[in-house]
Design a protein around this ligand. Structure first.
Ligand SMILES: [Zn+2]
Length: 291
């Protein structure tokens, strides 16, 4: 092989290599920072705004309002009903998913109010339309993300709505911080798992590949405390504020802020982060009162 041939081979190598790099970059992760994402000036429909910013192919439209996702039947947004908090928790409307505002900042006082469980209210049809109604569809969407310097394990989450990219960014960001958070990722509690929530017939957020559990030894869970539903009270949190804020920045809410706390649980719910920001700056009366 002549020198020119070698050069052209290596040139091709570079081109092919950069082509691969480029195509990876195009399809790869462009994370959204939900703490910084720009909010529209007009905020008279905060639920619509939060949902449409969180999931760009989702629309809230019509009167009465419906949630529309490509290729699926429209779902009624409905309103907040006068029902017992327990009934709302077990079978909420889509509007009721916003009835408790997720506190930004490291505020563990909101959760002292009985049933203040922002994110724990999940409308089944909404999640099955937004994500999956069948386990095989969920499984086909999964991606496994290694913990890197945080630990030996990995989390398996869905690629849908960029959840994998957002989680990958959280994990990468945590590794750039001065504090070593690896203890929180030792024997992680799990990620994708098509299952019902303990003690209920409702599908867990883990079924959709949008939730991860950190080290169960360092996370507290209300059911393990012997507390009664609706009367849980304080607990001794061990999850650091900076770690929680990093997850939140990329759209994951933390179960440690729930009345029925789940201190190891993080779940991709960017609409709740955005709704909380909208409520602070705009029409925030703390009530999900739009139609
Ligand atoms: Zn969990």
């Amino acid at each position: 092989m002549t020198r020119d041939a070698i050069n052209s081979v290596s040139l091709w190598g570079v081109l092919v290599f950069s082509g691969i790099m480029f195509s990876n970059m195009v399809s790869a992760c462009e994370p959204v920072d939900f703490h910084a994402a720009e909010l529209p000036a007009r905020q008279d429909q905060p639920i619509k705004t939060a949902l449409e910013l969180a999931y760009p192919d989702l629309r809230v439209t019509g009167e009465p309002a419906k949630v529309v996702l490509p290729g699926s039947a429209a779902l009624p947004l409905e309103t907040v009903r006068e029902v017992a908090p327990k009934d709302m928790l077990f079978a909420p409307t889509i509007a009721e998913q916003f009835v408790y505002i997720y506190p930004l900042g490291f505020d563990l006082t909101q959760r002292l109010k009985p049933f203040h469980d922002p994110g724990r209210l999940r409308n089944a049809a909404f999640f099955q339309t937004l994500y999956f109604s069948e386990p095989h569809a969920a499984r086909a969407s999964l991606r496994t993300i290694p913990l890197g310097a945080l630990g030996k394990g990995a989390f398996t989450v869905t690629r849908k709505h960029g959840v994998d990219c957002q989680l990958e960014t959280v994990l990468a960001h945590l590794q750039t911080l001065t504090t070593d958070y690896s203890a929180f990722f030792g024997s992680p509690g799990g990620s994708f798992n098509w299952r019902r929530i303990a003690g209920t017939d409702r599908l867990s957020a883990h079924s959709f590949g949008i939730a991860v559990d950190l080290n169960a030894d360092l996370g507290n869970y209300w059911r393990w405390s012997g507390a009664h539903r609706g009367n849980v009270g304080r607990y001794d949190n061990r999850m650091p504020a900076e770690l929680v804020a990093t997850f939140e920045r990329y759209g994951f809410i933390w179960g440690g802020k729930w009345h029925h706390y789940d201190g190891m649980h993080f779940e991709y719910r960017p609409e709740l982060i955005l709704y909380s920001r909208l409520s602070k700056t705009g029409s925030g009366n703390g009530k999900a009162n739009e139609r």
